[in-house]
Design a protein. Sequence first.
Length: 1025
Amino acid sequence: MVTVRAMRAGLYGGLSALAILAAATPAAAQDVAPDASADADSGAEIIVTGSRIARTDADTIQPTLVTTADQIDRRGYTNVAQALSEIAAFGVPGNSNVGAQEGPFGSGQTFVDFFSLGSQRTLTLVNGRRFVSSNTASVFGPVGPGSQVDLNVIPETLVDRIETVAVGGAPIYGSDAIAGTVNIILKRDFDGLELKGQAGVSQRGDAPDYRISGIWGAGFAGGRGHITLSGEWNRARGLTTGDRFLTSAAGPFFTTAADPASPFQQQLYYDQRLNVFTNSGVPLAFDSIPEFGGIFDASGHVLTFNDAGRLVPLDFGTRTGSLFESSGGNGFATKDYGNLATNNDRYLATALGSFELSDTVRWFGEGWYAHSKGTNVAAQPVYNTALAGPGTSPNGNLVLSLDNPYLNDADRATIRDNLAAYGLLGGIPIDADGDGNPDFTTAPDSFLMARANTDLTTGRADTTVELYRFVTGFDGEFGVGDRIYKWEVSANYGHSETRGRERVLVQQNFLNAVDAVDEGVFGGGAANGNIICRPGYSNANIATLSATCAPLDLFGVGRFSQAALDYVTTIANPTATNSQFVLNASVNGPLFRLPGGDVIASLGYEHRHEKTAFDPGAYYYGEDVGGGFRMPFGRSIPIDPVRGSFTTNEFSGELKIPVISPDMDAFVHAFELDGAARYIDHSAAGGDWTWTAGGRLSPVADVTIRGNFTRSVRAPAITESFSPTSLAFATANDPCDRRFVNSGPNPAQRRANCIAAGIANPDGFTSNIVGFTAPISVSGNAALRNERADSWTVGAIVRPRFVPGLTITADWVDIRLRDAIVLLGAGQTLDACYDAVAYPAAVCGQIDRDPGGQVAFVRTGYANAASMDFRGLTAEIAYRREVAADTALGLSLNYFYLDKLETRVGTGDIDTARGEIGNPKHSFTANVTVDRGPVNLLWQTQYYGKSVWNADAAPNALEYSGVGSWWLFNASIGVDVSKQFALRLIVDNVFDAKPPFPAPAANGTITYYSGILGRYFRASATAKF
């Protein structure tokens, strides 16, 4: 395209200039916060994230990572989550616009995950205040239950800086800040008008991204009042996995090695095809897969329908060690039907205002509106195959009549001959319960068909978030004697509604439409060519897009009418709402004076009420059939509505004690103690304390050592506490079964517990739940306790006076999370009971067995049953210096070392994530910036250390256990054409680097998305008035 060529020409010119200006400088990293640092250096008091106490320095006892507005502008981010993703300590997002989505339950929403401890354990604030969530309160939501903030609703235009504080925010802000706190700080007192337009496109001419934004601000009433308005529009078009080689069916994949003598359990292949079905249909004579139950031609070839509905040979390609997967051939190309990136459309409007009522009292307010729509562009279709169930079950092989009028006569004869040869014209046996014995036969003159129904459901689904939020409050100061105290009171209300929309299949109508007959033949006469649904059908008890049955031709692809498609589909529309009301009050100031300075205290109170409701809609709710059971209208289990609320009243205190100050001429330069505590009275989880204690020691002016001990909590989410009890069926590995009784962390204890439970001879006991479903219930748990984390950090800040402008920080972070809330399945519940140190443990009351020892019922749900352990090092180097009269050089490095990341659920095995894709041991982002007159340049380097697919995998499990390290380079050049007008060109993935081989064969789509997308160009123009 001409546009791409023009961008490319501009890029090479910009890179040449950057190379000349920065040739002698090493690569480095992320900018420090110039605004906060400048205020601190000038002696002005500021509030930093993780504290309510105003101070004259920007350092606290917690590790703090800062992303500035300048960096956001230089990189051309359209979403603040993009900025955070380039901080090495952030893990793979809980959800984003990249990769597989949760259909209508959260497509395109973005929730960040600090330290990879779960997005529900990262607290997100705006201007130090809580922000209403738009997460869906359901187990089918896009991320784990919690109050996560969708960063799509934050206007990038209005961001001044983003401060991320590790662990220590809990006593200041309350629940959820276990991993850390992200505080998005907005621009205050903006003056003038700024308009910006930006467009982006990949080198391949796809994935366009457009943004138009504006911000205006002005003072009034002689400077006593100020108002700031911003608006932003953003549109991004997505990609399917089939749009890029590496994520398509043609790309790499792992499956069972074809050679039994191979030293690897799984080997790497290309061009993945599932040979058990096609999207045009594979006819079958037995309720099996084509290789064992297919229809053959005279030459012995297994047959499939082609797109036009005629039988042709099924090409198995190159066989692998899997019966289901081939390399090449004409089987189903599963990997072509997935979401690589969502469509996103956002409209954001924000108003900020303030007015000085007097010299000591100021009113402030905020108004927010956000409309964000994400579209999952593709997903796996609904299938009919023996791999998903027996014939006649919703996902099992389809049962079709040989007299189906859409079937070609010659093909009908071929299928009939096969059935006759097997003696199956009288009906095909179906083993419905999986015990190896037929339970019934199909109707005479019928055959089966396996099919990927890509022409019925595409997986395209929308999630629309509509949010509004208001903040109002007052702040000011008052004096007592010669002491000045600062105070603030505020009220904050937010409401979000998340609406899903997806075209989905209605099973009953689908069966009606598939059972097509010729009207004349059905009436006992000759065929008249008028094909209808077999009379006598009953429609599903849910409205579809058409109430009139129209026959469905499934032989081939897309051969049915729109009327038939409308009859078998409806629109699913789940809805989730969240509301949040917060009252805050705080006061801080000096208590008394020590030789080192004023002892400053802060007291605070917070009242918060949150309410959530989730309505799955008629389709996902299903149809009541009595006995507490519901039947699905489609092919998923019925989904329950969720509704609940909670209220907290929280009291906090903070103390800053300057023991030694720089002007005391003591044996050390400075020494300060800091502490904070918060009592949380939660209506559902009860009372709890969170606290932090630490300090800062500067032996000399150039070096500060800091550290803290912190207790953090996360209260149970509404989903976890209030989900209603629903009934379902499940299989599980019973620890008392002869095949598993000698496993587990302590086999002898497991055996003893099973005997105590009444299984007299576990070695001879075969549990039915291993192979056949048993009834279970799934529910929330009103008795859940708070999650609790004990954390500590220790680090150093170095600002050598002999290198002006240089700052080096490094902090070690250790987090031990206990009583983590997880949704236990039937198998985990059984393990927790029979692997306990004694029988019966409390969890054993959730299991019912019949007199023969068989599992009769399991009550599952949320429990405080997991633990997580994290250790890591965050480090930053920042350097900025004027190297000439009109030239400034900036270097920065943000480095993260992951030492430990482990999760354990109940008594199960420890899951190690350290070193896996998405959590490399070593990673960093480095920036080199050069500002010379009207030109500003950025060269960015990102490094991801080598990673494995599964850190707990056995040796030789995969031919390639992981991938090597990966380097990514981005560049930006901006030119101030005049004081009012600026242009910028940004190039992501300058060298079009591909992900490290062989990603993403088993994982890595999100981590290496920039490499999959390829070189990407953005151009922007900014006008200031």
